[in-house]
Design a protein around this ligand. Structure first.
Ligand code: CS2
Length: 512
């Protein structure tokens, strides 16, 4: 091994991104932000301050503000289970960069471009900032609340009703306690995003009562209606007056969001600081493509997102179904089959001819269940999705997409399976996806014997249910009613198809 002085990489020596460093570096204007962060007032709260929000809604919101000159749409971002992102953004005054990575050699645009975003005006953590957040949600200037809290952030049972998952009962008790105080002033920390939302809405009901729109941006079927149901069921603890106000004054438009946002690496941060001359610890990476389709059903003012490329439409459902089934379903297929086969990234999996054939077959099956959204050719849409997956610059890992399969499969694959079974077809590519997930859960290794960690909120349940002889694996996992709806679990033809694919994959991936 080498000895001698370690020379820090150039990127590490750069000063940290902040409003002051940006002003003195004089590199601002060309790279953004497109709005003067100092002029923005908070008009929007966002729950789930992960990379996806920073590369999607925050960018659309900034572009809308730049297009209109409206300074009323600064964002207060709320982190999930840890304070880390809030603590990273604080010394940067909420500023961060988006590193967009195109297909190398595609078109004339540079392969990587950087943009500074200034629309995030605060970042807080419910574990210590719940009282501040309840006040922010009560504030009449806050007119929009967006959420990206992932599939597991919507605790629901198989029929779409509120499930008493970890923290939900505590949040319900806290809401009941809030409702017994005047003014509502509980400083107990919220445990779940939905709990925070219900309590924030209650604080609003008790103060101004001004209308508000709650905009779910997660990959779920009818995400607006689902959010309304779950919040309303939680809100019962706040009393009937509150429930009536919710019904009248809070809108829950559905939305479809799309942008591939892989986890940023140290190499990405160094690439960014090479371009900017400043070090950004909160940099996010994204593909060039972005899409946002929103149901035009708001209760109050909203940013002019349509001026930033978003589409407002009366019915999001066909867009949402096409995206979930053709993009996310295929993504999961490449993630599980790819991870098992030893492919580290989605791009590598998509470049594997066998897997590409499986991906196209899954899309062909899914298309049979879809109504084309207005102006969309589903064949072209499918092909464009596979081209995006093949972008090697993204480095999107198969393990990142493989995460939380128990929450994702019902939405992006099993609803499609149920529709096809009802049409009298047993879908082979979808059966292969289900088998790949099962073998991923069971083996937790790839064909080379390397460990594939299982990250899933149902990890323990899955491991316990999978344990046992190989021959019964498919039957044991199909019994999990939290994942497999009865029409899928109970279909003998589908069960048999999954068994054939599982046997083949089990033979290819060695056991311990
Ligand atoms: C992916 C999505 O991680 C996953 O499950 O399928 O995050 C996907 O990248 C986005 O939905 C693209 O819009």
């Amino acid at each position: 091994t080498e000895t001698g002085p370690q020379i820090p990489p150039a990127g590490k020596a750069a000063p940290r991104l902040s409003r002051a460093s940006l002003a003195s570096a004089g590199c601002g204007s060309a790279l953004g932000p497109a709005v003067d962060p100092g002029s923005l007032r908070t008009g929007m709260v966002h729950l789930g301050l992960g990379a996806f929000h920073r590369a999607h809604q925050a960018v659309y919101t900034e572009d809308a503000a730049a297009a209109t000159g409206d300074t009323g749409w600064g964002i207060l971002g709320v982190t999930g289970r840890s304070a880390r992102v809030a603590d990273t953004l604080k010394p940067q005054d909420g500023l961060y960069t988006v590193l967009t990575k195109a297909q190398p050699g595609a078109g004339s645009a540079a392969d990587a471009s950087l943009r500074i975003i200034g629309s995030l005006r605060g970042a807080v953590f419910p574990g210590r900032d719940t009282p501040l957040l309840l006040r922010a949600l009560a504030e009449p200037d806050t007119r929009v609340l967006t959420l990206t809290v992932t599939e597991k952030g919507y605790p629901r049972d198989a029929s779409g009703h509120l499930a008493m998952a970890d923290g939900v009962a505590a949040d319900r008790a806290a809401l009941a306690a809030d409702s017994r105080q005047r003014p509502a002033s509980s400083d107990v920390a919220a445990r779940t995003p939905l709990g925070l939302l219900a309590r924030g809405l209650f604080a609003r009901y008790r103060s101004s009562g001004a209308p508000l729109s709650v905009v779910s941006c997660d990959n779920l079927i009818s995400n607006g209606a689902l959010t309304r149901t779950l919040v309303t069921e939680l809100a019962e603890a706040g009393g009937t007056g509150f429930c009536a106000w919710l019904q009248e004054s809070v809108a829950f438009p559905s939305t479809m969001v799309d942008r591939i946002v892989p986890a940023a690496t140290e190499a990405d941060r160094q690439l960014g600081s090479g371009i900017l001359g400043l070090r950004d610890e909160a940099l996010v990476v994204a593909e060039p493509f972005g899409q946002w389709i929103l149901e035009d059903a708001f209760a109050a003012a909203r940013p002019a997102w349509e001026l930033a490329g978003a589409v407002l439409t009366p019915d999001v459902a066909p867009f949402e179904a096409a995206k979930l089934r053709l993009l996310n379903g295929t993504h999961s297929l490449l993630a599980y089959l790819g991870a098992l086969k030893g492919h580290a990234t989605i791009a590598d999996a998509a470049a594997d001819e066998d897997l590409a054939a499986d991906a196209s077959a899954l899309q062909a099956e899914a298309i049979r269940t879809l109504v084309p959204p207005p102006g969309v050719d589903l064949q072209e849409y499918s092909a464009s999705i596979l081209a995006r997956f093949r972008n090697p610059a993204l480095g999107h890992t198969t393990l990142q997409v493989a995460m939380d399969g128990s929450q994702k499969l019902p939405v992006r694959a099993l609803a499609t399976v149920a529709d096809l079974l009802a049409l009298g077809t047993v879908p082979e590519a979808l059966a292969r996806l289900v088998a790949a997930w099962m073998v991923f859960v069971y083996r937790q290794r790839n064909v080379h014997g390397s460990v594939l960690p299982l990250e899933d909120p149902l990890r323990e349940t899955l491991a316990a249910q999978a344990a046992g002889p190989e021959s019964g694996l498919v039957d044991r996992l199909l019994d999990l009613s939290a994942v497999f709806p009865p029409p899928v679990a109970g279909h003998p033809g589908f069960r048999a198809a999954v068994k054939v694919h599982a046997a083949e994959l089990l033979a290819a991936v060695p056991g311990r």
